[in-house]
Design a protein around this ligand. Structure first.
Ligand SMILES: NC(=O)c1ccc[n+]([C@@H]2O[C@H](COP(=O)([O-])OP(=O)(O)OC[C@H]3O[C@@H](n4cnc5c(N)ncnc54)[C@H](OP(=O)(O)O)[C@@H]3O)[C@@H](O)[C@H]2O)c1
Length: 383
């Protein structure tokens, strides 16, 4: 089969032919139909952690080809079922293959069933950033989730408070707003949702399924003060910084009420921001979506031990997505050319680290900067 493999020496990725994987205990073999790109896919090609030959890529959607040994019948998965999920691939030191390949293997309970009326292209856009947002809001900040999971920590009884999302038009932010709304509905509460995005996205973000009450333009110097005016200057109970680069941390922290919680998508340890603890009212909570895969994750200088609770949270989220938890996928940009064009086009658009590093000079229609959308490739198959 064809797969996109890391070339660590060249800081690049190349399509090569490798053996089709064989599903082991509790795994399923998936024939990949579509893949979606995330900034982390390009980050670790331009700054490799893994060695040459690793399959890169995270988000996928496809059909079940076969079941490995011991996949429980109660899971109900059968060959032909349409599923989506994500893998970590070359985004860690640990040698596990990624998703940018014609076939992949994945634990049977770390995929969700794609409903008949959702395309596999759209489904590919959901898993990684949807779970990232769910982890931040429910697992890390402690809002009451709209789905059941075994949480022993105290949670809010009803969602009656204000929430602020910085980077509301990011893929993560688009799922976070929907999840806040769904959590409020499920708890019978009322959330005031405030966001920061480009003015051009205000119309989309005020409409369903995001339903922002108030929006500020992140290019205005005084946006934190504007956010506070929407909370009678008391500040928000929860803030989620979906950019977490440089000054976004200190500015997002200005929106917090006394005793409020704040989650971030990038870490101080990873160098994306360096605001000292004493300049912040609370330590921002960082976590990596990979925790949901239930395996040890090794970066350079950081180690995330495997966590059963985090894996259980991921399976509960996927179960909800499979049953009644419909999230509207990000708007997708269908990219031309299949796997062989991912490196030269898609990964360049995703950039090598920060939002400012992203490719913005190409003139083709499909190479305009990513803005409130997800880049998706269909696989052009060799078999
Ligand atoms: N911790 C984790 O496990 C985890 C998981 C997933 C993602 N992440 C990280 O989360 C970040 C967001 O990822 P993503 O896939 O959601 O990003 P994305 O969708 O590719 O982000 C693009 C969006 O960011 C907006 N944007 C760019 N610069 C901004 C700024 N300074 N302020 C506010 N908005 C800005 C753009 O809006 P305009 O076009 O309107 O300017 C655009 O809509 C990335 O750093 C990613 O690596 C972390």
């Amino acid at each position: 089969m064809e797969a996109l493999l890391l070339n660590a020496e060249n800081r690049s990725a190349e399509v090569k032919t490798i053996s089709k994987p064989i599903p082991r205990w509790n795994e399923i073999l998936i024939r990949v139909h579509s893949i979606a790109l995330n900034p982390v896919d390009s980050l670790y090609v331009y700054h490799p952690l893994g060695s040459t030959g690793r399959v890169i890529g995270s988000d996928f959607a496809g059909t079940v080809e076969s079941l490995g040994p011991d996949v429980p019948a109660t899971g109900g998965l059968k060959p032909g079922h349409r599923v989506a999920g994500f893998l970590q691939g070359a985004s860690s030191v640990n040698d596990r293959p990624g998703a940018f390949a014609e076939y992949l293997v994945c634990p049977y309970d770390l995929v969700w069933r794609v409903p008949a009326d959702l395309s596999l292209e759209a489904a590919a856009a959901v898993s990684l950033c949807g779970l990232t947002a769910a982890q931040a809001l429910f697992y890390r900040l402690g809002m009451k989730a709209p789905f059941k999971w075994d949480d022993l920590r105290a949670q809010d009884d009803a969602c009656n408070f204000s929430v602020f999302i910085y980077g509301a038009s990011t893929s993560v932010g688009l799922y976070a707003a929907q999840l806040v709304r769904r959590a409020a509905e499920a708890s019978g509460g009322k959330v005031r949702l405030v966001g920061a995005a480009s003015r051009k996205h205000f119309g989309m973000l005020k409409a369903e399924p995001y339903g922002y009450d108030h929006l500020v333009d992140y290019r205005d110097d005084n946006w934190p003060e504007q956010v506070r005016t929407f909370t009678d200057d008391k500040g928000v109970k929860y803030a989620y910084d979906c950019i977490s680069e440089g000054s976004t941390i200190v500015n997002t922290a200005k929106t917090l009420a006394v005793g409020a919680g704040m989650a971030v998508v990038r870490s101080r340890q990873g160098g994306a921001w360096d605001t000292p603890r004493e300049e912040l009212p609370t330590e921002p909570i960082y976590g990596a979506v990979w925790e949901g895969l239930g395996e040890d994750v090794q970066y350079v200088g950081m180690f995330l031990p495997k966590s059963k609770v985090s894996r259980d949270f991921a399976t509960a989220f996927y179960k909800w997505l499979s049953e009644d938890g419909r999230l509207q996928p990000n708007p997708i940009r269908l990219m031309p050319g299949g796997l062989k064009k991912v490196m030269g086009d898609g990964l360049r658009l995703m950039g090598s680290g920060t939002m400012e590093d992203r490719e913005a000079s190409r003139t083709e229609e499909w190479m305009k900067p990513v803005s409130a959308e997800k880049l998706v490739y269909q696989l052009e198959r060799s078999n």
